[in-house]
Design a protein around this ligand. Structure first.
Ligand SMILES: [Fe+2]
Length: 295
């Protein structure tokens, strides 16, 4: 039996069946998944009880894994997982929920803002692959916005206005939205802004998408308040319910999304409970914009 993909909506999000991600995939399976990603941008795989090693091996079918350094305020000795696994849980290195005032928890609350993974890196992420090892019964949904649909919904005047615009993205901006500003000089240097095109074109489908993220804090050549007001408007339109798929986690779900074509956010949950989510990330091919020489 070969792999099957059932559309969840006509062209956004699909559910994949007849595949076991704990095993090595055939080239035909890899290409079917790649094709599904090009078309649906989000793929859901149910009942995949995998180990970190199996998740890393599965991920490597789709490109080079991104190293997690530079993406958070967790110190090396506080890491719970290997450097190829982004720890998206609410747990400390002893597998216990982080204390309410723990700065790692406060920093991670930024995941509740709409974003595209690693848009704060000069070469931003292609795919993210998130495995739900322990999920919570209430809350904690992950929502996905189709940024191709967001672009398509713009009128011609807006399409002309966004074309060619370059945004600056940084974790300093996204965390600043929540009032998390107590960064060390080393963290500020690590999180210095990078430039990203606001409009991206998918290399295979040719579809354009809006490349937005809570990390985007300004637009090159525009006064900051004007840039932020404009970005807020674009974000609001892009995340209207008709443009969003809500994923309600079951244990051992694995969800894969294309950061070039989507934004996502996690919703609130009682984080005194254990929620163990582990992400691998596939690096992108190239920057989306020329970087500022001073950056
Ligand atoms: Fe994320």
């Amino acid at each position: 039996m070969s792999i099957a993909i059932r559309p969840i909506t006509p062209d956004f999000a699909g559910e994949v069946s007849r595949i076991d991600l704990t095993r090595a995939l055939s080239p035909a399976e890899v290409s079917a998944i790649d094709g599904g990603m090009d078309r649906y941008a989000v793929l859901v795989f149910r009942d995949q009880n995998i180990t970190d090693e199996q998740q890393i091996a599965f991920s490597a079918n789709f490109g080079v894994l991104e190293h997690t350094a530079g993406g958070n305020v967790t110190r090396p000795e506080q890491k719970r997982l290997s450097p190829q696994m982004a720890d998206v849980s609410n747990l400390d290195q002893n597998h216990r929920p982080l204390a309410r005032d723990d700065r790692r928890r406060l920093f991670n609350l930024g995941n509740q803002l709409w974003h595209s993974d690693s848009s704060f890196r000069a070469v931003p992420a292609k795919y993210s692959i998130l495995s739900g090892r322990i999920v919570v019964d209430k809350g904690g949904n992950t929502e996905f916005a189709d940024m191709r649909g967001a672009y398509d919904a713009l009128d011609d005047e807006m399409k002309a206005e966004v074309e060619g615009l370059i945004c600056e993205h940084s974790l300093i901006y996204s965390r600043g939205l929540l009032g998390f500003t107590d960064l060390t000089p080393e963290e500020r240097a690590m999180f210095r802004p990078v430039r990203q095109s606001l409009v991206r074109t998918h290399p295979k489908s040719g579809r354009k998408s809006l490349y937005l993220s809570s990390h985007a804090g300004t637009i090159v050549g525009r006064p900051m308040p004007e840039a932020r007001a404009f970005l807020r408007d674009l974000n609001e339109a892009a995340t209207r319910p008709e443009n969003v798929y809500v994923h309600r986690w079951r244990r051992y779900d694995l969800v894969m999304w294309d950061n070039r074509q989507t934004m996502h956010r996690v919703r609130r949950f009682d984080d005194r409970l254990v929620r163990d989510m582990r992400r691998t990330t596939i690096a992108g091919d190239a920057p989306t914009a020329v970087q500022d020489a001073a950056a």
